[in-house]
Design a protein around this ligand. Structure first.
Ligand SMILES: [Zn+2]
Ligand SMILES: [Zn+2]
Length: 346
């Protein structure tokens, strides 16, 4: 077995090179990535070399949306066996701190999140990883589906944080990959009417095809007017902002029902002016989320049972050798691409 890695060696450049074959240590397994998705954060690093304070300053391996097969188990590994198909949960928390011990491990200050510097990611043929952050797939979940569990986990965490439940109306701002995953999560959790908005019509068409009740372009219609009219003047009990845009954050308050929850999912990198009085009289709250926690097992059960289906998502697929093209394509076709996957060991 020979290992290879795809390193980002400069802005917009990814090169494949040989690298050391990992060995599984105590509590670890070696896996062979099958499909690895290109995340919005990967694209951002690829184009700009940094996200906020996280800077890539050496050849670096991106990729954290990964289905894989176990090829070696280390001492002390009990739950996994060679040949198991798995999904990798990309953050490895310390397991010891207050946050970890209270179930909020996504807030662990010592989180080692792969594909976020300095922790190399999954675009490689073999990878060593702790068993405790690996989740077994069932036969009902495809290798491709397994690579989309990570973004689905974000959507589930968003829907749960917005307390989406049977009979509640939901507005999702942004119909990109995360907006779509949030929509699938909301549907599965029983949402009544789902409104989704975007400026790009092809995304809205896709959202409609995947089950949105209303897919609205704010340049072409009065979104708050339609939401109010279709919700008996109440607005939505949950508003999920996935666009990461200051404007949509500002609009969220007007879309929320009294007592509603506004969930900030997209990365909002600039300060935003808010009508707080508008939120106060509604007693609407704003709930930012950071990645997800405890969601992989739920995503896997929902995919296994068919309560959530990724069938219609239809990702674009590139071979490992074409990873440069895969990134270029994703950058140049940002409007059309729902998800690009790199096929590695499948
Ligand atoms: Zn991701
Ligand atoms: Zn911790």
């Amino acid at each position: 077995m020979k290992n290879e890695q795809a390193q980002m060696t400069g802005l917009g450049t990814i090169e494949i090179s040989p690298c050391e074959m990992p060995r599984a240590g105590e509590g670890e397994v070696v896996v062979k990535p099958l499909y690895v998705g290109i995340c919005g954060s990967d694209v951002h690093f690829f184009q700009y070399g940094k996200i906020g304070k996280k800077v890539i300053d050496r050849p670096f391996v991106l990729g954290h949306e990964c289905s894989a097969a176990v090829v070696e188990t280390g001492p002390g590994v009990r739950g996994l066996h060679v040949g198991d198909r798995v999904a990798i949960e990309p953050g490895v928390p310390c397991g010891q701190c207050w946050y970890c011990r209270n179930g909020k491990y996504n807030l662990c200050p010592d989180m080692q999140f792969i594909s976020s510097p300095p922790y190399d990611g999954c675009f490689r043929r073999y990878l060593r990883y702790p068993e405790r952050m690996i989740h077994k797939l069932t036969d009902n979940i495809s290798d491709i589906g397994g690579a989309m569990i990570e973004p689905l986990a974000v959507g589930l965490h968003a829907a749960k944080t917005g307390r989406v439940a049977l009979g509640k109306n939901v507005v999702i701002l942004g119909a990109g990959p995360i907006g779509i995953m949030a929509m699938l999560a909301c549907r599965a959790m029983g949402a009544a009417k789902i409104f989704i908005t975007d400026l790009i019509d092809s995304r809205l068409r896709r959202a409609r095809g995947l089950g949105a009740d209303y897919a609205l372009n704010p340049q072409e219609c009065d979104v708050p007017g339609i939401v109010l009219e279709e919700t008996d003047g109440m607005g939505a009990q949950a508003v999920l902002e996935t666009a990461g845009n200051p404007k949509t954050v500002q609009q969220a308050g007007a879309l929320a029902a009294r007592g509603g929850h506004i969930v900030l999912v997209g990365n909002v990198t600039e300060p935003v002016e808010l009508d707080l009085m508008g939120l106060m009289v509604k007693e609407a709250d704003i709930r930012p989320i950071y990645r997800y926690r405890n969601m992989f097992p739920i995503a896997i059960k929902a995919l296994d049972s068919g309560q959530i289906s990724l069938e219609g998502v239809d990702p674009g697929i590139f071979e490992f050798e074409q990873i440069q093209e895969a990134f270029d394509y994703t950058v140049n076709h940002a409007e059309q691409v729902m998800k690009t996957l790199v096929k590695i060991g499948a």
